[in-house]
Design a protein around this ligand. Sequence first.
Ligand SMILES: [Zn+2]
Length: 306
Amino acid sequence: MAPVTEQSSEGAADRLRLMAVHAHPDDESSKGAAMMARYVDEGVDVLVVTCTGGERGSILNPALQDRPDIEANIGDIRKAEMRHAREILGVRQSWLGFVHSGLPEGDPLPPLPEGCFALQTVEDAAAPLVAQIRQFRPHVITTYDENGGYPHPDHIMCHKVSVAAFDAAADSDAYPEAGDPWQTSKLYYDIGWSKERVEALHVAMIERGLESPYEEVMQRWFEHEEKRRVPTLTTRVPCADWFERRDAALIAHATQVDPNGWFFKVPLDVQREAWPTEDFELVRSFVDTSVPEDDLFAGVREKVSA
Ligand SMILES: [Zn+2]
């Protein structure tokens, strides 16, 4: 007979828990989605925390552009898209409640809109995340590195807030009104587009006589290489069998994704062969583990089942 406490907070003590913090609805489906779907299938409780509602997102799907009905209701539409994506991935999801900053463009860059996520203080913006960490009690948190994966102001803010909340959640003096302290065991940065992965996919396409969509990306990479810290691939999680679900979740964000865009140009069988993992950089660990790893819960499983 299944333990009756399985769904209660006490019974959940034995269950592995992963929290993935993302800036916008759709980021969870393009960064670490196959990894999450795999862990969900293995019984891990996965909670995606989305910092903003993505209200200022441009409509990137050509089939849905120039539609005033969509533009007028973009906030609600993105919530519905998020519901669809989280059902496909099988994750739970919550909102942090901040407003999308938009992607400023131009030279000089225009100021960010008043009240947006990226203009909050880290201390204020971390408060609701600390409360969610203390409530959900994750063993592992994933977020972006200091460059935000790509330099959107909300992504950089997501990084700052996640790291601050990871530390503060464990500190009983910090945010005392936000619940009992909780020490998350590990913190990771998502590494979506490492140079190693882009090169492997690029070469795999050329070898098969297919056109690589990465020619230009690689060029830009080499140009910017000197300017940013190169992340270390400490942890590669095998999840090739879940790539299809990742793509389905991403396509569920219909206004944000061009289903014929470059993201989908590499056939899944080529991806499965050339780079069958999603990759992360371990930046904090309170358990024993040694890198390279192939499991975000390495060192945690032993502790949780002990
Ligand atoms: Zn984003």
